[in-house]
Design a binder for this molecule. Structure first.
Ligand code: A4P
Ligand code: MG
Length: 209
């Protein structure tokens, strides 16, 4: 993604690719301004997966969505209906309520991860066992066409292609979104027999107006 700093750090070129002559400082300054405006306008569309299986699950999800809406630089665009889902991972834990949300943001994926982890903590999520019960879990599923592989973040989410609890709600709001790694759409992935786990559609979560 083109970043503001990458525009600012560019040197005035010796000659323009279009005209073949060196742009004057004034022309170059105007070009940089246009570049910065474009960068600012480059908002990324992100799909999040939310889940809860402790306490008042609907309330936890609604509060998490409200908190997302309240993040500076985030626009909450669409929210899927929620699904009652069979827990994958640790056996014997309560059923989950899962949903998917579409947001637009200028935050970089790592910055967004920090912000959603902050929301999880504010909602009272204590340190939980991996794949164990939790008040709310917010995962970054797709961040535009970004592919991120670091110690703390993998995008697209490493397991989403095999999880009906992620794909079913995601297909309700973004069937045509494309997984940049496999090139397959969310609708195709959701129809695939690889998508594991029973899911049952429930209602739409009411958000505070
Ligand atoms: N992390 C890496 N990539 C991501 C990403 N794309 N989004 C890191 C969010 N986090 C990401 O996550 C552990 C670490 O993963 C984070 O600190 C972050 O740096 P966590 O939320 O603290 O722990 P976790 O959720 O238990 O682990 P993990 O591996 O993220 O599990 P999942 O994939 O979130 O699965 N069954 C049903 N039916 N519904 C569910 O919602 N959720 C899980 C958890 C298991 N079974 C489920 C459900
Ligand atoms: Mg998680």
């Amino acid at each position: 993604m083109l970043r503001v700093d990458s525009v600012l750090l560019r040197r005035r070129p010796r000659k323009s690719r279009k005209t073949g002559i060196r742009p004057s400082p004034v022309v170059y300054f105007l070009w940089m301004g246009k570049g910065i405006a474009t960068c600012r306008a480059r908002r990324m569309r992100v799909y999040l997966g939310l889940g809860s299986n402790v306490g008042d699950r609907e309330r936890h999800l609604a509060t998490a969505l409200d908190a997302l809406r309240g993040l500076a630089g985030v626009r909450l665009c669409r929210v899927s209906p929620c699904y009652e889902t069979e827990p994958l991972g640790e056996v014997g834990q309560a059923a989950f309520l899962n949903l998917a949300a579409e947001i637009e943001t200028e935050m970089a994926p790592l910055e967004l991860l920090r912000a959603v982890k902050g929301i999880e903590r504010r909602l009272g999520r204590r340190e939980t066992r991996r794949w164990g019960p939790r008040e709310v879990d917010i995962d970054l599923i797709l961040c535009g066409d970004a592919v991120v592989e670091t110690d703390v973040l993998t995008v697209p989410h490493k397991a989403f292609r095999k999880r009906a609890f992620v794909l079913a709600p995601l297909a309700d709001i973004a069937p045509d979104a494309v997984d940049p790694v496999t090139g397959r759409t969310v609708a195709e992935l959701a129809r695939s027999p690889d998508a594991e786990g029973r899911v049952e559609k429930r209602g739409v979560i009411a958000l505070t107006p």
